[in-house]
Design a protein around this ligand. Sequence first.
Ligand code: HMG
Ligand code: MG
Length: 302
Amino acid sequence: MVLPQRVKIVEVGPRDGLQNEKQMVSTATKVELIERLGDAGLSTIEATSFVSAKWVPQMCDNAEVMQQITRKPTISYPVLTPNLKGFEAALAAGAEEVAVFAAASEAFSQKNINCSIAESLTRFEPVLAAAQQAKVKVRGYVSCVLGCPYGELVTPEAVEQVALRLVNMGCYEISLGDTIGTGSPLSTRRLIETLSRSIPVEQLAGHFHDTYGMALANVFAALEMGVSVFDASVAGLGGCPYAKGASGNVATEDVVWLMQQSGVETGINLEQLVQCANWISQALGRTPQSRVAKALLAQSNA
Ligand code: HMG
Ligand code: MG
């Protein structure tokens, strides 16, 4: 078995992690979270989303977050943009990378962005065109790749069709969202096998929610297939407001631990990351949920 030598972890805690928090998190806390993650060595930190505040109130301070973070030149701070309006606002706030987000399930697409899959792809065309002109990189998400919260059957071929449209539009990478965490190592393997027939594996990223405790196993299954980019959320924060019961992404510290144990480089300082997980969990009034944070914090308190 040959694993990639190095993986890139895309930290999605400040966006995917916080978007589902019921209590409003202050802008200062969001900014500090992003800066602490940068200090721990994360090179890509999804900072916020330029979506409708009526739909996701927690992200209403998107422009303030972008303005207040002290940016490091080596770090990328992508933001979500569902349409041209969001893209223009993101650009005005100084975003240098954005992500568009589609789904492989019609029902989820309607609930999440209020339009069909086909309509969403049509909406993304002008975003990609404007981004190209502004020299802004665009990542593409596909949600529900291994299951839909509304019970719709999603095949790997359906995911492939949406992913290919995004690649052909100019997305440099496709993040495969297991939105409700119903994927398993076997279904992950099948999905990557199908997709890598038409999209180079270097352009695929794994985005596994951990609802059923399978996320880390799915990361490893994808790693074995050559995937080397994984989205993760510090302290396992989060969930999607339009996927009831879905829990957060795989915890960043769990992925870093897994990679360390597998001899795969991440460039991340685990100790600092665990301190960050502890800090944000306390700021939200809880203890870190991830196994690795719990274990390492217990040792350091012993
Ligand atoms: P809509 O209501 O159909 O939009 O929402 P509209 O075009 O009809 O406009 C309605 C109002 O929204 C108008 O304002 C627009 O100006 C405004 P009004 O005239 O009523 O005052 N509007 C906006 N405001 C701010 N920013 C914008 C924007 N666009 C329109 N960009 C829309 C359509 C897409 C905007 C809405 O459905 C929305 O914001 N959805 C976002 C939902 C969301 O953020 N979901 C979570 C992120 S996705 C996710 O978590 C999955 C992922 O992690 C991968 C995975 O796990 O699978 C990525
Ligand atoms: Mg997600």
